[in-house]
Design a protein around this ligand. Structure first.
Ligand code: AHR
Length: 656
C-alpha cells in the first residue's frame, strides 16, 4: 500500500468513525425498490386568483364582449367637456347571438368620444412590443374614424392609431399598437372621431408575443415558469371551480372549445367565495379552454389530467346534487371528453379536435371524477361514472376524491369505500401548518401496498392557517413540503402523483394564499415552494433506493432533525440524494453508498436555502430563496457533506 492509498483508507475510516457520532445517511444503492412514476411530480392549475383571465390567458381587455352582468364593468366612458355623445349598451342585432351585448357610440363630432378599458387591474405593456387590437365594428351612420389609444397609468399617451373606412354591417377590424414605454397599468381607449354612430363589440388586445407566439394565446412568461417545473402531469381546471357553488355554475368543458366569442361567460366562483376577498370583476371567459389546456400539456410534456364535475356542486357551498338517475349528461361529458382527446378524426368529438387544428390524439390517460367531494353521495356518483368509463375506456385511469382533509372521517369513509370499489387512484388534499408536514413524513410507510394508489393532488403548507390572508410562501413552509416529499418519494410504489396547489396568483387580485407562482401584469415571481417542486421534478430518478438515517432526532410528534430520500437515475447513472435540514445550524452528515463499485468524486449539489425561515420571494425581491448549484469533488462510497442550515439539498452522484 503506498502513502496515497494509506491516507485514503485512513480518511474513510475516520469518516466512518465520525459518522457514528454525527448523523449518517446510508443509501442502499444495490437494493433498488419501486419504480418512480415518470409523471410523479406535476402541477395543479385552477382559475383562482386571476389564474386564467387576468393571468395565463394573455387577453388584456377585461369584459371584452360586454357580457358581464354589469355590461360596462371594466369600462369608463370618455367624454371630454366639449364632447357631445351618447354611449348605450344594446342587444339588437349583435354580431353573434351568443355574445348578445354590444356598445353603441353616438358622437356629435365636437371632440373624440368613446370608452376605455382598465384591463385586469391595469394592462401590462412593454415598450416597443407589438400589441394586436381587434374588435367587431358596425358603422351605423356618418363617416367617423375609430381612434385606438394606449395610455399609461399616469395618463401619458403610449400609442395611437386610427381605423378609417368603417363599413355598415358587422366586420372584424384589426390594428397594431406599439407602446413607446413600458407600463404595468396601461389602459386602452376606443374613441369615435367625427360625427356619426358606431357599434363596437368584442374589443380585444393581445401581446403579439405569446407562448409559442400563438395569436390570442397564453402569457409566455407564465407558461415558461410552468414549463420550467417540468411537470409530469397538469391537473386542470381545478379545484372547486370544477364543482361550482351550484350545479348551474359548474365548469362544463364543452362550453370552452370553439370560437372564443361563442364561449359563454361564467361568473367565477372565487368572485364571491370569500367575503374578506371579494373580487366582483372575476369571470371566466374560457379563452383558456380545454383545447388550450391539452395543447399546453403537449407543449410542456405533461400528461393531461382533467377533472370533471360528477353531478355535485361544492359541498362547502350548496352541495347541490344531480340525482343519480339523471347523471347521464354528466357521464356523457366524460365519455365525450375522452373521445375529444383521443378519438379518431372520424369520431364525432375527434373530428372537433381535428377541426381545431389537432388531428393527432392528445393521449389522455387520466381523468378525475369530481374534485374535493365526500360522503356516500360521492361514492354513488363515482360508481356510475366508473362503470360507464371503464366499460368503454378500460385503459383510462380514474382519479377519485377523498374530501378536503387528509385524515378525517370523510377521508376514512372514502378510502374504505373506494378500496372496496378497486378505485385506481385516490386524490388526497392537505392544507396544514408546516409542522404537520414535518411530522407526517412517514404517513405512507403504513399504507396498504395492494389498494388504490395515491395522488397527493392538493397540498401546501400554510404559514398561519388555511384561508388566512396572512399566509406567506415562506422558506419554512417550503422546507416542510420538501421534507414531506421525501416520504412521498420513499413510498413511490403507493404515491404515484403529487401537485402543490394552487399554481398561480395575481398579486392584485388573489383570493387564496399561498400559491406557487405570483404574477403581476408584467412580472413573474417563483416562490421558495416553487423551487422545492422544481428540485423534485428535475431530479426525479427512475427507481427508489432505500435510505437509512442514523443519529437523527425525532420529536414525540414525529418531526425529525433531518429528512432524506434517494433514487437512481438509470440513464445518467446517478444516485440522487435529497436531504432536508430544517435546523438553524449546518449538519455535517456522513454519506455511505452501499453496494457501489465506483464513485465519481465530482458530484453536483443544488441547494435551496435562505437567511431566515420566514424569508419569502416577492416580485420586487425575487431571489431571497433560490436554488444554487455547485460542484463537489469529494464524493466517494463514504464521504461527508455539510448540509446548510434551513436547506433542501439535492446531490447527484455518479456511481456504478
Ligand atoms: O386550492 C384551492 C382550493 O382548495 C381548491 O379549489 C379546492 O379543491 C381546495 O379546497
Amino acid at each position: 500500500m503506498n502513502l496515497k492509498s494509506c491516507l485514503a483508507a485512513l480518511t474513510t475510516a475516520l469518516l466512518a468513525c465520525r459518522a457514528a457520532a454525527d448523523p449518517a445517511i446510508t443509501i442502499h444503492a444495490d437494493q433498488p425498490g419501486a419504480a418512480i412514476n415518470p409523471a410523479m411530480w406535476g402541477a395543479f392549475f385552477e382559475d383562482i386568483n386571476f389564474g386564467a383571465d387576468g393571468g395565463l390567458y394573455a387577453e388584456l381587455v377585461k369584459n371584452r364582449g360586454f357580457e358581464f352582468p354589469d355590461p360596462l364593468m371594466g369600462w369608463t366612458k370618455i367624454s371630454p367637456s366639449l364632447a357631445k355623445g351618447e354611449l348605450s349598451v344594446r342587444t339588437d342585432g349583435p354580431f353573434d347571438a351568443k355574445n348578445p351585448h354590444y356598445v353603441r357610440l353616438q358622437s356629435a363630432g365636437s371632440a373624440p368620444f368613446g370608452l376605455s378599458n382598465e384591463g385586469f387591474r391595469g394592462m401590462g405593456v412593454t415598450r416597443d412590443e407589438t400589441y394586436d387590437f381587434s374588435a367587431r365594428v358596425r358603422l351605423v351612420d356618418g363617416n367617423p374614424t375609430l381612434r385606438l389609444q394606449l395610455y399609461g397609468g399616469d395618463g401619458s399617451l403610449l400609442d395611437s392609431v386610427d381605423v378609417t373606412n368603417l363599413a355598415g354591417g358587422w366586420q372584424k377590424y384589426t390594428a397594431v399598437l406599439h407602446p413607446n414605454d413600458t407600463d404595468p397599468k396601461a389602459r386602452l381607449a376606443v374613441l369615435v372621431l367625427g360625427s356619426g354612430t358606431v357599434d363596437v363589440d368584442f374589443i380585444s388586445l393581445f401581446p403579439r408575443h405569446t407562448w409559442k407566439n400563438r395569436p390570442g394565446g397564453l402569457r409566455a412568461d407564465m407558461v415558461q415558469a410552468l414549463a420550467d417545473l417540468h411537470p409530469g402531469f397538469l391537473r386542470f381546471p381545478g379545484g372547486c371551480i370544477v364543482e361550482g357553488s351550484v350545479l348551474e355554475r359548474r365548469y362544463q368543458w364543452k362550453n370552452t372549445i370553439g370560437p372564443v366569442e361563442e364561449r359563454p361567460l361564467l361568473i367565477n366562483r372565487w368572485n364571491y367565495e370569500f367575503l374578506h376577498r371579494p373580487t366582483p370583476d372575476y369571470f371566466q371567459s374560457f379563452g383558456l379552454g380545454f383545447f388550450e389546456f391539452f395543447q399546453m400539456c403537449e407543449d410542456i410534456g405533461s400528461q393531461p389530467l382533467p377533472i370533471l364535475n360528477c353531478g355535485m356542486a361544492c359541498q362547502f357551498n350548496s352541495g347541490e346534487l344531480c340525482p343519480v338517475d339523471q347523471l347521464e349528461p354528466y357521464i356523457q361529458d366524460a365519455l365525450d371528453l375522452i373521445e375529444f382527446a383521443n378519438g379518431p378524426v372520424d369520431s364525432v368529438w375527434g373530428a372537433k379536435r381535428a377541426a381545431l387544428g389537432h388531428p393527432e390524439p392528445f393521449h389522455l390517460k387520466l381523468l378525475g371524477v369530481g374534485n374535493e367531494q365526500w360522503g356516500q353521495q360521492y361514492i354513488d356518483r363515482y360508481t356510475k361514472f366508473a362503470a360507464a368509463i371503464k366499460a368503454k375506456y378500460p385503459e383510462v385511469q380514474l382519479v377519485s376524491a377523498a374530501g378536503p382533509d387528509p385524515g378525517d372521517k370523510r377521508f376514512k369513509f372514502a378510502w374504505a369505500k373506494l378500496r372496496e370499489l378497486h378505485a385506481d387512484i385516490i386524490d388526497e388534499h392537505c392544507y396544514a401548518k408546516p409542522e404537520w408536514f414535518f411530522e407526517n413524513t412517514h404517513r405512507y410507510d403504513k399504507y396498504d401496498r395492494t389498494g388504490p394508489k395515491v395522488f397527493m393532488g392538493e397540498y401546501a403548507a400554510q404559514s398561519v392557517a388555511i384561508v388566512s390572508t396572512k399566509n406567506r410562501n415562506t422558506l419554512q413552509c417550503a422546507l416542510s413540503e420538501a421534507a414531506y416529499l421525501t416520504g412521498l418519494e420513499r413510498n413511490g410504489d403507493v404515491v404515484r402523483m403529487a401537485s402543490y396547489a394552487p399554481l398561480y396568483a395575481n398579486t392584485e387580485a388573489w383570493q387564496w394564499t399561498p400559491d406557487l407562482i405570483w404574477v403581476d401584469s408584467l412580472n413573474v415571481c417563483r416562490t421558495a415552494n416553487y423551487y422545492v417542486q422544481q428540485l423534485y421534478s428535475c431530479n426525479r430518478g427512475d427507481v427508489v433506493l432505500p435510505v437509512n438515517c442514523d443519529g437523527v432526532t425525532r420529536s414525540s410528534a414525529g418531526a425529525e432533525s433531518l429528512y432524506a430520500s434517494a433514487t437512481r437515475d438509470n440513464t445518467a447513472g446517478e444516485i440522487i440524494l435529497k436531504v432536508v435540514n430544517p435546523g438553524a445550524a449546518a449538519a455535517t452528515v456522513g454519506i455511505h453508498l452501499d453496494g457501489v463499485a465506483q464513485v465519481d468524486p465530482a458530484a453536483i449539489a443544488t441547494v435551496v436555502t435562505g437567511h431566515s425561515s420566514d424569508d419569502f420571494n416577492t416580485i420586487n425581491h425575487k431571489e431571497k430563496v433560490t436554488p444554487v448549484t455547485s460542484q463537489l469533488d469529494n464524493a466517494a462510497a463514504n464521504f461527508s457533506y455539510p448540509f446548510a442550515p434551513r436547506s433542501v439539498t439535492v446531490l447527484r452522484i455518479k456511481a456504478h
